[in-house]
Design a protein around this ligand. Sequence first.
Ligand code: PHE
Length: 355
Amino acid sequence: MSEIDSLKAQLETLQSEALAAFSAAIDLVSLQQMRVNYLGKKGALTEVLKGVGKLPPQERPVIGQYVNQSKSVLSAALDIAEAGLAVAAKAERVEAERIDVTLPGRVGATGALHPVQRGLDEMTAIFSQMGFAVAEGPEIENEFHNFDALNIPPEHPARAMHDTFFVEQMGDEPMLLRTHTSPVQIRAMKRFLAESGEPPLAVVAPGRVYRCDYDVTHSPMFHQVEVFKVDRDVSMAHLKGVLKHFLSTYFEKEVSIRLRPHYFPFTEPSAEVDIGCVFCAGKGCRICKNSGWIEVLGSGMIHPNVLKSVGIDSDEFSGFAFGLGVERLVMLKQGIPDLRMFFENDVRFLRRMGS
Ligand code: PHE
């Protein structure tokens, strides 16, 4: 075989060998390596070109042409193989990253309002639907609003009965944690009069109160809703009507009520209000201690001294007021046996109540 024929044969073998290798390549890295091996500066084709030196000068361009042809064939074949592998790699990645969008999502745990807060909101809403304006007052109070203006002078025994928490004194004035929401009566009346001059005014004041007390039915912090109305000719009948409507709405059934004479310094006359036992419908059970009645709140006609303390003429205007214990009513409505359950934050209790 002549020198040129043997070079040609060498080239052909090389080319078909290379094409087979390209199509068998399984990844882009090995293809890249093959490009270097065949077409690189020290690659197989360059190696063939070295043999050209042995040829007579007139034959050299011929073989040079063959080599160049081979180069472009191999280079094109490499490009195609590369593109093919790239497409395959992409398809593989898409497959690996496939997401089933039809799977149900992970639902995060949702919180719920604390049962006391829910009761507070429900009660406030009932009064606000009846036309009472919502008011709030500070939990740290002075003696004037918590006691004096409510007709409880310093030497009054009711002051001692209130189990008051006093706050470390900042100025000359002793401060305390309010023992009831009644001081909001004073604050709201003052604010209201400054704005509109004179009654009528009707207010609902929900909030936290504090007493130094702790057992099955008492917690040092609890909640009250204070409700009062001042106008011309307000009577006990209005008080009773508002109470009956409120209690029946809150308990979602007709409840009977009973007013028992009582004493509060800031109301005259005063009454404690009982509802017909919601558990035994008045027949008598453990909860109502067989009396058929459960005490739920304190009430009365606002004492003339209280109206006077904010400058309302008690000859012209009268008012009713009552203050109810929120926890008490929620316990009765939900059948919760121990007040302390509200504040122990046992998550099983909160979950059951929070639906
Ligand atoms: N403030 C009273 C208490 O906490 C309740 C009450 C409010 C009574 C308004 C009469 C009128 O016990």
